[in-house]
Ligand binder design. Sequence first.
Ligand SMILES: [Mg+2]
Length: 412
Amino acid sequence: MRTILHSDCNSFYASVEVAGNPRLQGKPVAVCGDPALRHGIILAKSQEAKVHGVTTGEAVWEAQRKCPGLILVPADHRKYSLYARRMRELYRQYTPLVEPFGMDESWLDVTGHALCGEEIAARLRMSARRDLGITLSVGVSFNKVFAKLGSDMRKPDATTVISRENYQDKVWPLPVSDLLYVGRATARRLYDLGIYTIGEIALAPAAVLRGALGKNGDTLRRMARGEDDSPVLCPETAEEIKSVGNSTTTPRDVVNLQEAKVILYLLGDSVAARLRAGGHTCRTVSVWMRDTALSGIIRQCRLPRASDLGSDISRAAYALLEAHYAWDLPLRSLGVTASDLAASGADAQLPLWQDLRHDRERALEQALDGLRARWGHNCVRRGLMFCDQAMTDLNPVDDHALQPLAQMNGRG
Ligand SMILES: [Mg+2]
């Protein structure tokens, strides 16, 4: 049987700030985009701030009202990348199979290690606390999905074991929305079936779930039953993930550059969010364009430097389309793919990080990731999106409106 750990750094940004500045120890601290702006957003908070009710994603003025002594610290993404890399180095002392999920979470496959999963979790927590000043919540289980659920169950500085013996007691009473990849739209469809808990997914007839959710229904059922067998993928050493791409068939034909731009930015942003979630940057962007006669072309370009930003990827995609599409026919489908992937933070000391604009945009897009995780994908959109509501009411995450490009090509 496999042993998988999911490790989640508690209040990562705030913990890093406190670790680097002992005067902040024991105080309510919040990291925000720009403290000079009262309307900035809280990106992370210390336990002490959490006790006062400060939450991630709320406005700075709101947090200050709840917690008048709140110490605000501007986000320093270069520092967080360095800490994230040190965390991965710590994990690699136990296994080469480390898969980052966002900046502060990772899966570890420690199958076959001389120590049991729970003991490895205890040692990781001890080392992270002592050497880096960071506390971890660790889930230990026999698959990735349950390990991730475990790390969410108790925090801070805790281990939760979900075994074959106890998963029905521990996991099955949880709401469906706790399961990885169950977004709002999927949850709503499950509620329509009268399914509210993970256990109810596990026990529902496969045909019912498939009828409501298609192939995703099968996947969710397997996850709920503890049958998830997806491997821990290590982006630095393995070649499993070569590219990240999304594509869409548009609600109506795309007839000009301005309409195409809206779609490309939607795709570029969703690709970038997936890169960040996987802890990757890319160097190459390609655009796939298919016209109404269903003939397609692909063009690609190299970015001036590695990036995981929607703005960089979308801009490159748009430049490609502008340069290479002749508009003899309207477009029916568009795709954007990021390739030449590397681990984000791997190049943290290169000039990339000296560029203030890049740092700011990265902070912004990470804040958006946080907001979208809490409030749904369409809670924030680029201003561009409002010029064509019909085209952009797609919810690329929850509704699976955008398809991974490989699937799309397979059909096309
Ligand atoms: Mg965390």
